[in-house]
Ligand binder design. Structure first.
Ligand SMILES: Cc1ncc(C[n+]2csc(CCOP(=O)(O)OP(=O)(O)O)c2C)c(N)n1
Ligand SMILES: [Mg+2]
Length: 791
C-alpha cells in the first residue's frame, strides 16, 4: 500500500515526517527541472521547424525556481491561495500540472506552438488553471497586491469569509524589482494596509543582459520594510550553514558575503575546481580554511558553494512555515540561474539552452532511459514513483477547486437619462452613477469605483458621497467633523464602495484588473468602474493591456478628453486614445455625444461585462456641455450599440454624408444644416463606436477567408454606408486622431475627407482651438465643398 503524506503525519515522529517530506520535495524538484528543460529542448531541437526561427524558452530561468516552486506548491500552498508565476518559469508550472495528470503531453510537446502550452502562463489561453497571467515583467507581481486588497474589500462587504482568505502570491524574478510599477504598488499597498500577500523573489542576481548590481545588496530589504513588509532572506542553504559552523567556516561565510555577484556567477559556471582555486587564493591563509576546503571533493565543493537558500528545501519550507500570519511578506530566496544545469551562472544563460549532448547527460543523471523522457516518474523505481505521486496528489494544491461561476448581477432594463437641456457626457456619467448609488437595486451594491486621484474631476464625487470610501479601518472625515463646508464627504469605512488611489495610472489599471477578476477569483461579481483623465490612459497602457489580456471585466471611463479640454493645453488633450480603444482587444470602445447615449452605453457596459463572451468597456467622455437632442423614438438605440446610427438618414442615391463621433456633434449638426440647403438628402452619421464598426467590418472580411463562407451578413458599417450611393463622399470628424474614422472610406470604396486632431493642441478657448485645429462647422463645410463640389 502506498502511504499518503497525511497518514504518515500521524504515524511518524515530526522529524521523520519532515525529513521524508523534504526528500519527496527534492525528488519532485528534480523532475520539474528535468521536465521544464525537456519541454524547452523538445520545442527547439526535436520538433520539426518550418520557419527557421528559434522557438525559445528559458531553461535557466526555470531551474532557478524549481525548488521554490516545489516547496510552494506542494508544501506551503493553501486551497484559497493564488499564484502569479514568473513568466519565464511557465514551463515549470506546466510540468507541475503534467505530473498531476492535469496537463497533456501533447500540449507540452507543442510548447510555444499554435494551441500548445503558452510561452508565459496565460489565464485565457492555457488549458491548465492559471490564477494570474504574467509576461510583462512587474505587472504580474504588483497585481497580487491589488488582488489581496480586492479580497479584503470582499471580506469587508461580507462576500468572502475572513477564514477563507487566501494569500495572493507572486513568484518573481529579481530583475522585476527594477520595474517602477513595483514601487508604485508598494506605496499604494502601504496606504491600504494590505495583508495576505507574498512576493517570493528568485534572487539569482541575473537579468536578461547581465548580472545585477552589487550595490543593491540589502537595499530591497530597506525599501520593503519601510513600506510595512516583513522581509525574510534565504541566503544560505543548510549545507552552507553546517559548513560555517566547522573550523574555518566563519572565514568562508565572510568570503561568500563579500563575493561580487559577477564573480560568484563565473565560479558557479566553472565549477568545483575553480571554486577551490579561488577560495585558496583569497582566504587559503586563514586558519583552518585549507582543511575545511580539502574535506570536500570538487563536486561537493561546487554543491556547497551553490547551496543557496532558494535551492535548499529545508530552508524554503521552514521559511514558508514561519510566515504563518497575514503580514505582507517578501522572501528573498538566493538562487543560481541555471541551477543544476551546465548553464549555471553563465551571464548569457537567459535564453541559453543545453545542447543535445548536455541534455542527454542530464537525462542520464536522472536515470531516465532514452525514449522515456516524457514519462513523469521515469527513472524513480515503482515505489518511489508511487510515493511521489501520492504525495503530490495529497497536497492542498492538488485539491484546489476550479474557479466557479459567479451569479450575474441583474441590470435594470433602462437607466434613466439625466435631465438638463445642456449637459456634458461626463456630467451625465456622474449623474447616472449617482442614481445607481441611490437606488436599492443590487447593481448599486456591486459597483465599485476607483480613480488615480481624479475622483472629483471625473464626476465620481456624487457616487462617493453616497456610498463612501472603502477602508478596512474607519477613517473619519476630519473636514466634516470640523464643520468646514465641502461638497465632498470623504469618510472611509469598511462598507465604502470607492477605492481611492494615489496618482499612479499603473496602479489604477492593476486595481481594475484585480476588481475585474473578482468573479473568477472569488466567485463573487463586482462591477468595477474606473475613471482617469483620457490622455493618461497612455501612462498605464501596458497595465490596461495586461488586464484585458486576462479578460478582467471593468468599465473604464477616460474623461475629460480631446481638444475639448481646451484650457488644459497640449499635454492633457488626448489625441490617440480612440486608436487605443479601437486597437485594444477585449475592450469595447464607445464615445457618446449626448446624455441618453451615455445612459444606454453604461447600461450596456454593466450587462456586457458580465457576459461569458463579453468584454470590458471604455467610454471616452467630455466636459463640453452641449444641447441635448429631442428624439422621436428609441429606434436609434439598437444601432448605437452596434457602433453608429443615422441622425439624418441619407436620401435615396445620396452622394454625401457627414460622419462624426462624440463632443463635436454640434459642429457636425451645424454644418449639416447649412450644407443640406444645397445638398438635399445629405446624411449625418453618428459613429458611437469606431471600434465596433471597424471590428465588425474586419471580422466579416476575415470570416470570408477563414470560413470560406460567402453568405455572412454584412457588417454594421457596410449596412450603414449602403444607404449612400456607390462612390459617395464622407467628411469625417472627431476630437481625436482622424484615423479613427477615415478608414470608413474603404468599406465601400468612398472618398473621405478626414478631420480630427493630429498635432499637439495648445491652451485656448474652444472656439479658437476648434478653428485652429479645424474641428468647427466651417472646416466641415470646406471639406465637403472640396469633396463634393469641386470634383
Ligand atoms: C516589461 C518587460 N520588459 C522586458 C521584458 C523582456 N524580459 C524578459 S525576462 C527579462 C529579465 C528577467 O530577469 P529576472 O526577472 O531576473 O528573471 P530570471 O533571471 O529569473 O530569468 C526581460 C528583460 C519583459 N518580459 N517584460
Ligand atoms: Mg534574475
Amino acid at each position: 500500500m502506498v502511504e499518503t503524506a497525511s497518514t504518515q503525519k500521524d504515524d511518524l515522529p515530526e522529524s521523520t515526517d519532515r525529513a521524508d517530506r523534504i526528500a519527496r520535495l527534492e525528488a519532485l524538484e528534480q523532475r520539474l527541472r528535468w521536465l521544464s528543460s525537456w519541454t524547452v529542448h523538445n520545442a527547439n531541437h526535436i520538433r520539426p521547424k518550418r520557419d527557421g526561427l528559434k522557438v525559445g524558452g528559458h531553461q535557466a530561468s526555470c531551474s532557478s525556481m524549481t525548488a521554490i516552486m516545489a516547496a510552494l506548491y506542494f508544501h506551503a500552498l493553501r486551497p484559497k491561495d493564488k499564484v502569479a508565476v514568473k513568466p519565464h518559469a511557465g514551463p515549470v508550472l506546466h510540468a507541475i500540472h503534467y505530473m498531476l495528470g492535469k496537463q497533456s503531453r501533447d500540449n507540452l510537446i507543442n510548447f510555444r506552438g499554435l494551441g500548445g502550452v503558452q510561452s508565459y502562463p496565460s489565464r485565457t489561453k492555457d488549458s491548465i488553471p492559471v490564477d494570474f497571467s504574467t509576461g510583462s515583467v512587474g505587472l504580474g507581481v504588483a497585481v497580487t497586491a491589488f488582488s489581496s486588497l480586492v479580497q479584503d474589500y470582499l471580506i469587508a462587504h461580507g462576500r468572502v469569509q475572513n477564514e477563507d482568505a487566501g494569500r495572493m502570491i507572486a513568484l518573481m524574478g529579481d530583475a522585476e524589482l527594477d520595474e517602477g510599477n513595483i514601487y508604485e504598488c508598494l506605496i499604494e499597498g502601504y496606504k491600504h494596509n494590505i495583508r495576505n500577500c507574498w512576493w517570493i523573489v528568485d534572487y539569482n542576481r541575473q537579468s536578461l543582459d547581465s548580472t545585477t548590481a552589487d550595490r543593491m545588496f540589502r537595499r530591497f530589504d530597506d525599501i520593503f520594510e519601510t513600506c510595512g513588509w516583513r522581509v525574510i532572506t534565504l541566503k544560505y542553504g543548510k549545507l552552507q550553514q553546517a559548513a560555517f559552523k566547522k573550523p574555518g567556516g566563519k572565514a568562508l561565510e565572510e568570503w561568500i558575503d563579500n563575493c561580487p555577484n559577477a564573480d560568484f556567477a563565473v565560479l558557479t559556471y566553472k565549477g568545483g575546481e575553480a571554486w577551490r582555486e579561488r577560495l585558496l587564493a583569497d582566504i587559503g591563509g586563514k586558519t583552518n580554511i585549507k582543511k575545511l576546503i580539502a574535506s570536500y571533493d570538487d563536486d561537493q565543493l561546487g554543491a556547497l558553494m551553490t547551496n543557496l537558500g532558494g535551492h535548499c528545501m529545508a530552508s524554503l519550507t521552514e521559511a514558508f512555515d514561519a510566515a504563518d500570519d497575514e503580514l505582507p511578506t517578501m522572501f528573498i530566496a538566493y538562487t543560481v540561474k541555471g541551477f543544476g544545469l551546465p548553464l549555471a551562472g553563465h551571464k548569457d544563460n537567459h535564453s541559453g539552452m543545453m545542447n543535445p549532448t548536455q541534455i542527454h547527460g542530464f537525462r542520464d543523471r536522472m536515470g531516465i532511459s532514452e525514449g522515456d523522457e516524457w514519462e513523469p516518474y521515469a527513472g524513480l523505481g515503482d515505489n518511489m514513483a508511487a510515493e511521489l505521486k501520492a504525495f503530490m496528489e495529497n497536497s492542498a494544491f492538488a485539491k484546489t477547486s476550479p474557479e466557479g461561476e459567479a451569479d450575474a448581477v441583474p441590470v435594470p432594463a433602462r437607466f434613466a437619462v439625466p435631465d438638463g437641456d445642456d449637459l456634458s457626457t461626463q456630467a451625465a456619467f456622474g449623474k447616472i452613477l449617482f442614481d445607481l448609488a441611490k437606488s436599492d437595486e443590487e447593481i448599486g451594491n456591486r459597483i465599485v469605483t476607483t480613480a488615480p486621484d481624479v475622483t472629483q474631476t471625473t464626476n465620481l464625487g456624487a457616487f462617493v458621497n453616497q456610498r463612501g470610501l472603502f477602508r478596512r479601518q474607519e477613517v473619519a472625515d476630519v473636514f466634516r467633523q470640523a464643520k468646514i463646508p465641502s461638497a465632498q464627504k470623504w469618510a472611509a469605512h469598511a462598507a465604502g464602495q470607492h477605492i481611492e488611489l494615489g496618482i499612479a495610472e499603473n496602479n489604477f489599471f492593476l486595481m481594475l484588473t484585480s476588481l475585474g477578476l473578482s468573479a473568477p477569483h472569488f466567485g463573487t461579481r463586482l462591477l468595477p468602474v474606473g475613471t482617469v483623465y483620457d490622455p493618461f490612459i497612455a501612462r498605464g497602457l501596458d497595465a490596461l493591456n495586461y488586464g484585458c489580456y486576462q479578460d478582467a471585466r471593468f468599465l473604464l471611463v477616460g474623461t475629460p478628453s480631446g481638444l475639448t479640454l481646451a484650457g488644459e493645453g497640449g499635454a492633457h488633450q488626448s489625441i490617440n486614445t480612440p486608436l487605443i480603444g479601437m486597437g485594444q482587444p477585449n475592450l469595447d470602445f464607445f464615445e457618446p455625444a449626448w446624455a441618453d447615449e451615455v445612459a444606454l452605453m453604461m447600461r450596456h457596459a454593466f450587462d456586457h461585462m458580465q457576459k461569458p463572451d463579453g468584454s470590458s468597456v471604455y467610454l471616452r467622455l467630455s466636459t463640453r456641455s452641449i444641447a441635448q437632442i429631442d428624439r422621436s423614438d428609441d429606434a436609434w438605440e439598437v444601432d448605437a450599440l452596434k457602433g453608429g446610427y443615422w441622425l439624418h438618414q441619407p436620401g435615396p442615391e445620396t452622394e454625401a454624408a457627414i460622419v462624426f463621433t462624440g463632443a463635436v456633434a454640434p459642429e457636425a449638426m451645424e454644418a449639416w444644416k447649412s450644407l443640406s440647403e444645397d445638398m438635399p438628402g445629405l446624411g449625418l452619421l453618428n459613429v458611437t463606436s469606431p471600434d465596433l464598426l471597424h471590428r465588425g467590418w474586419s471580422a466579416r472580411r476575415a470570416g470570408r477567408w477563414n470560413n470560406a463562407q460567402t453568405d455572412i451578413a454584412p457588417s454594421h458599417a457596410e449596412h450603414l454606408l449602403s444607404a449612400l450611393a456607390p462612390g459617395a463622399g464622407l467628411v469625417t470628424i472627431l476630437d481625436g486622431s482622424p484615423g479613427a474614422l477615415s478608414w470608413l472610406g474603404a468599406v465601400k470604396g468612398m472618398r473621405v475627407s478626414p478631420l480630427g486632431t493630429d498635432r499637439f493642441g495648445q491652451t485656448g478657448d474652444l472656439l479658437d482651438l476648434y478653428r485652429e485645429y479645424r474641428l468647427d462647422a466651417e472646416a466641415i463645410i470646406d471639406a465637403a465643398a472640396e469633396l463634393f463640389l469641386e470634383n
